[in-house]
Ligand binder design. Structure first.
Ligand SMILES: Cc1cc2nc3c(=O)[nH]c(=O)nc-3n(C[C@H](O)[C@H](O)[C@H](O)COP(=O)(O)OP(=O)(O)OC[C@H]3O[C@@H](n4cnc5c(N)ncnc54)[C@H](O)[C@@H]3O)c2cc1C
Length: 422
């Protein structure tokens, strides 16, 4: 991709035609993830749209003028005007193609995409999911000189990267910011030499053939597969939840609490995640109401004591949300008193939902033997019921789901595989 500076911007970008501009930085994991996708797309679409990249830190004046605040940020220009939405962070190939359709037309893009040649890559081990479990397995396999590829639909790090502070990960005296712990785990595995395919679309998984197709183009054929896809937050399943997701309803305090400075917030849930995250949200919000279905919290004693002592937090126990509406900027929540069956409404500026997690298994089409809660059953070496397929971390059947238990699983699976094929 052609590299330009701010002095070339007028000539190369504003002077007409279709242009895609990638503002990138060095030592930037999402920039490294998007670079090969852009190179591949330039080969396909280079005649229709010019691809250029600009080093953000070296071109600060231009970045500030264009209000480019993170790397990578992709901007699209048509005849000197910025068009389409901007793409930033863990950008997927399919998202870039979607924007190209706006500029070049759906038919043209579809026809050009049809000319791309699918290809197969052979590896020893493919790991699906780059959270603590997958990253640890990747590290051990890499150090055992086993050719391993780590695949994730998002950026590496998993849940840890969205956790505000982690205080129970051994080896650190002080609590560690979750994003830093996730970043360090990822860098350690990457620097060993594990291949990363992140922010990709996992199009198809054939566990029997041990083939994983990503971005509808590359099929990764492996001798062994490790599934480390973790969990996703449970949804309340009530009217208004889908509609207002990201528009007042959030499932991630680390991501969104900062937007609720001096505002009133509802937290739904009473387990450790809900109570600990409520405490974190209270650094920003002026008032927090915790709504919980039982008449006691399920969180551990330390978390409960902290929450009870927090003057910003109040509790609505034995209540459950039944519907969410919006009145102007305010969220209006209808709640049912589970003891009296009475309904009432509460208003707030935002709602955070922490009501448990469900395993990420949709892509596997019911091929696994599961426990009664829907998690993958494994033996003590982390083998599943499918020959050559292992599973680790939160997606597996177990009593305790923590970073330490996920990394222990990753270690065990990697050593088991090393014994088999190393
Ligand atoms: C709010 C919250 C706070 C927490 N705080 C702590 C704490 O303080 N201490 C602690 O020890 N634990 C904590 N935990 C638990 C801990 O984060 C998890 O146990 C741990 O991250 C599990 O690691 P994992 O690798 O199994 O899964 P995850 O971390 O969930 O990673 C799974 C990865 O798989 C990817 N993925 C999903 N689907 C696919 C797919 N189809 N294909 C490819 N990739 C896919 C995801 O993008 C993700 O990167 C917390 C959890 C939550 C929700």
């Amino acid at each position: 991709m052609k590299e330009i500076n701010e002095s070339d911007f007028e000539k190369e970008v504003l002077n007409g035609g279709n242009v895609l501009v990638d503002f990138y930085s060095t030592e930037c994991a999402p920039c490294e993830a998007v670079a090969p996708k852009l190179e591949g797309l330039e080969k396909l679409f280079g005649k229709e749209i010019k691809f250029v990249k600009i080093f953000r830190q070296g071109n600060r004046e231009l970045s500030d003028k264009l209000i480019v605040k993170s790397s990578p940020t992709l901007l699209f220009y048509q005849d000197g005007e910025e068009v389409c939405g901007r793409l930033a962070g863990g950008v997927k190939r399919s998202e870039i193609v979607r924007e190209l359709k706006h500029i070049l037309g759906k038919e043209k893009v579809t026809n050009i995409m049809a000319t791309q040649q699918p290809f197969v890559t052979d590896v020893d081990v493919a790991i699906l999911g780059a959270g603590p479990g997958g990253l640890t397995a990747g590290l051990y396999l890499c150090q055992a000189k086993i050719n391993t590829v780590l695949i994730d639909i998002a950026l590496p790090g998993g849940y840890v990267s969205t956790t505000h502070m982690v205080s129970n990960y051994p080896g650190f005296i002080d609590p560690q910011p979750g994003y830093l712990l996730g970043h360090n785990m990822s860098e350690q595995t990457k620097q060993c030499g594990t291949t990363y395919k992140v922010a990709v679309d996992v199009t198809k998984v054939d566990l029997l053939k041990k083939e994983i197709t990503i971005d509808n183009q590359e099929t990764i054929r492996a001798k062994r597969i490790i599934v480390a896809t973790g969990t996703s937050p449970n949804k309340m399943g009530i009217p208004g939840e889908v509609e207002y997701r990201g528009k007042g309803i959030s499932y991630c305090a680390t991501c969104d609490a900062k937007y609720f400075g001096d505002k009133e917030v509802i937290v739904v849930g009473g387990g450790n995640s809900a109570i600990e995250e409520a405490d974190f949200i209270s650094k920003f919000a002026s008032k927090i109401t915790i709504i919980h279905q039982f008449d006691q919290l399920q969180a551990n004693k330390t978390a409960q004591e902290k929450a009870f002592a927090n003057p910003k937090i109040s509790f609505l126990l034995s209540h459950e949300p039944r519907a969410i509406k919006k009145d102007g900027e305010k969220m209006v929540v209808e709640v049912e008193d589970l003891k009296t069956k009475e309904m009432k409404t509460i208003t707030a500026d935002g709602i955070f939902v922490f009501i448990g997690l469900k395993p990420n298994l949709e892509i596997f089409n019911n091929q696994f033997e599961l426990d009664e809660w829907g998690y993958i059953k494994t033996d003590e070496d982390k083998r599943t019921n499918i020959d050559g397929v292992f599973a680790v971390g939160d997606v597996t059947s177990k009593k305790y789901r923590q970073i330490t238990t996920a990394i222990a699983d990753g270690t065990i699976a990697a050593i088991s595989i090393t014994r088999e094929i190393g």
